[in-house]
Design a protein around this ligand. Structure first.
Ligand SMILES: NC(=O)c1ccc[n+]([C@@H]2O[C@H](COP(=O)([O-])OP(=O)(O)OC[C@H]3O[C@@H](n4cnc5c(N)ncnc54)[C@H](OP(=O)(O)O)[C@@H]3O)[C@@H](O)[C@H]2O)c1
Length: 466
C-alpha cells in the first residue's frame, strides 16, 4: 500500500493565499451541505481564514441551529433541496460569484445516496463545468487535426535488433486517433520500440507542470520521452501504465509531471556524469526538441525481468500539457468507496479493510453511489481533489494526519481536522487531480510524515481499482 502523509502541524502553519479569490477577483467558496456536521466546520474554517463563503443548505432553521445565522460576516446562505431541483437553482443564482466548491453534503434516511452523492454532484459540477474548467493545451490533437506523418520510428533496429513499430492515423466510426503498435523482441540484443516527433524551433513548455495524455492502451507499461536542446545526448523518460481497453471503450487521461522524468542515455540512467560534464538531472522544459513514446524492457536503467516481449498497441487521442492549480472542486467523500468492486484477490489481501461493517452492509448502496459521484467530478474537467475520510467523529484526539492512496485505510479522524484539511487542500496545487484517504494517528511513524506532493495523480476514467 502506498502510505504517505503529512503532519497536521505542517499544514496548519503553512501560510496560504486565497488563490481562488485572488486570481479571479474576490470570488467565494460554495460549501454544499453547509449545515451538516462536517459542512458547518468547513464554513467556520473558511471564515476564520477571511474567505467569503456561499453556504448551501436545505433548511433555514437547521442552518441556524448549526450556527450559520444571517449575522455571520462573509457568509451568504442559500437554500434548496436536491430532490425538487431548488438547490441547483440556488447554485445557478450565485454561480458567477463562486471560484471554488467544497462538497460536504451527504445522504440521510429521507434523501438517498443515489440522489445526493451521485446525481446532485453531477448536477452541481455541471453548473460549474464551463466556469471552473481547467485549461490544458494540446501539442497533438489526433482526434481533430493532428496527423502522424511528423513522427518517426527509432526502434532497436538502429542497434541491430529486430523489434518493429509504426505510428499511423486510425479511425473507428467518428473517432480519430493515432495508433502506435508493433512487436518487441530480445533477438539480437534488442528490446525496444520507439517513435518520436522533433520540434524546430524548440518548444518552451516552462509555464506548464507536465504532460497530459489521452490514451487507450492494452494494459502494458509505456514510457514518454522528452529531449531538450541543452542535453542532446540523452532523453528524459517517465513511465505510465495503461488499462487493457478495446476500441470503443473509454479513453484514459494520464498526467505525468515533468518532475517525474529522469535522464536516460542508451538505456542507462544518467544521474552522474563520468566525464565530469554538468547536466540537468531535472528536466528543464523550456527548450523541448522532441517528444515520443517507448515500449521498452529497460526500467530505471536495467531490464525489467517481468517485461513481456511481443505485440503491443497504444492508441493516442491527445498529447498535451497541463498546469497544476489549486483544486476548484473539493469533494468530501468516504474511504471504502472502491471496496465493493474489489477482486477476490484484493479482498483476501486486505481482510481488515474489507471485513468492516460499512463495506459488508453498504446501506443504500452508499459506497457505490459515492464512487459514482467521484467519477462525475473526475470527468467534469474541473480541477479537483477528492478526500476520502475514514470514520469522522468529534472526539478523536489530535495527532498526525495520514494521507494514503489505494483505499485500504481503516481509522478515524476528528471532524475539525477533516474540515481544516478540506480548506488546506483547496489552497494547494499539490492536491490537483488527486484522490486520497485520510485518518489521524497518535504515534506517527517516519514513513507516514511526508507530503501531499508525493501522492499520485489520478488516471481519469480508469476502472474502480482504488
Ligand atoms: N460519518 C462518517 O464517519 C463519514 C465518514 C466518511 C465520509 N463521510 C461523508 O462525509 C460527508 C459529510 O458528513 P456529515 O456527517 O457532515 O453529514 P451530515 O451531517 O448528514 O450532513 C449532510 C448535509 O447534506 C445536506 N443534505 C442532505 N440531503 C440533502 C438534500 N436532499 N438536499 C439538500 N441538502 C441535503 C444536509 O442538509 P440538512 O442539514 O438539512 O440535513 C447536510 O447539510 C457525507 O457525504 C458523509 O457520507 C462521513
Amino acid at each position: 500500500m502506498a502510505f504517505v502523509g503529512i503532519g497536521c502541524g505542517v499544514l496548519r502553519s503553512r501560510r496560504v493565499s486565497v488563490c481562488c479569490c485572488a486570481e479571479e477577483g474576490k470570488k467565494s467558496v460554495l460549501v454544499v451541505g453547509a449545515s451538516g456536521k462536517l459542512g458547518r466546520l468547513v464554513v467556520e474554517e473558511l471564515l476564520r481564514r477571511k474567505m467569503s463563503v456561499v453556504g448551501l443548505a436545505r433548511d433555514r432553521d437547521r442552518a441556524k441551529e448549526a450556527g450559520l445565522g444571517d449575522d455571520l460576516e462573509g457568509l451568504d446562505m442559500r437554500f434548496g433541496t436536491f430532490e425538487d431541483g431548488s438547490a441547483v437553482e440556488a447554485v445557478e443564482a450565485v454561480k458567477e460569484d463562486v471560484g471554488a466548491v467544497i462538497w460536504a453534503a451527504g445522504p440521510s434516511r429521507t434523501s438517498p445516496s443515489a440522489i445526493v452523492d451521485n446525481q446532485a454532484v453531477n448536477d452541481v459540477a455541471g453548473k460549474f463545468k464551463d466556469l471552473l474548467a481547467g485549461k490544458d493545451d494540446y501539442l497533438f490533437d489526433f482526434e481533430n487535426s493532428s496527423r502522424t506523418q511528423s513522427f518517426r520510428q527509432v526502434d532497436d533496429v538502429v542497434m541491430g535488433g529486430v523489434s518493429r513499430s509504426t505510428i499511423q492515423s486510425a479511425s473507428e466510426g467518428n473517432e480519430q486517433y493515432a495508433r502506435f503498435q508493433g512487436n518487441v523482441s530480445f533477438d539480437n540484443n534488442g528490446g525496444f520500440c520507439a517513435i518520436r516527433n522533433d520540434f524546430s524551433p524548440p518548444l518552451d513548455l516552462s509555464k506548464w507542470t507536465g504532460i497530459v495524455l489521452q490514451v487507450r492502451g492494452d494494459g502494458k507499461r509505456y514510457k514518454m520521452s522528452i529531449k531538450v536542446d541543452e542535453e542532446m545526448e540523452f532523453n528524459y523518460q517517465a513511465k505510465f501504465t495503461t488499462s487493457a481497453r478495446s476500441t470503443g471503450q473509454p479513453w484514459e487521461t494520464i498526467r505525468i509531471p515533468f518532475s517525474r522524468f529522469t535522464p536516460m542515455k542508451r538505456g542507462r540512467l544518467q544521474l552522474g556524469s563520468p566525464e565530469g560534464r554538468m547536466f540537468n538531472v531535472n528536466l528543464d522544459p523550456s527548450k523541448v526538441v522532441s517528444v515520443g513514446f517507448l515500449r521498452s524492457s529497460i526500467e530505471g536503467g536495467s531490464r525489467n525481468p517481468e517485461f513481456e516481449t511481443g505485440p503491443f498497441r497504444l492508441d493516442v487521442r491527445k498529447i498535451g500539457v497541463y498546469k497544476a492549480v489549486p483544486p476548484r472542486f473539493v469533494l468530501l467523500s468516504s474511504a471504502a468507496v472502491t471496496r465493493p468492486f474489489w477482486s477476490k484477490e484484493k479482498k483476501a489481501q486486505y481482510p481488515s479493510s474489507y471485513d468492516i461493517p460499512i463495506v459488508q452492509l453498504n446501506p443504500g448502496n452508499v459506497l457505490v453511489e459515492k464512487f459514482n459521484g467521484e467519477q462525475q467530478v473526475r470527468k467534469s474537467g474541473i480541477p479537483y481533489a477528492i478526500i476520502r475520510y475514514t470514520g469522522l467523529n468529534d472526539d478523536q484526539p489530535d495527532g498526525t494526519l495520514v494521507l494514503a492512496q489505494g483505499d485500504t485505510l481503516v481509522g478515524r479522524i476528528n471532524r475539525k481536522d477533516g474540515a481544516k484539511l478540506a480548506v488546506d487542500v483547496l489552497m494547494d496545487s499539490d492536491a490537483y487531480y488527486k484522490t486520497f484517504e485520510t485518518m489521524t494517528i497518535t504515534k506517527p511513524s517516519a514513513s507516514s510524515v511526508q507530503s501531499l506532493g508525493l501522492l499520485s495523480l489520478d488516471i481519469v476514467d480508469s476502472a474502480p481499482s482504488g
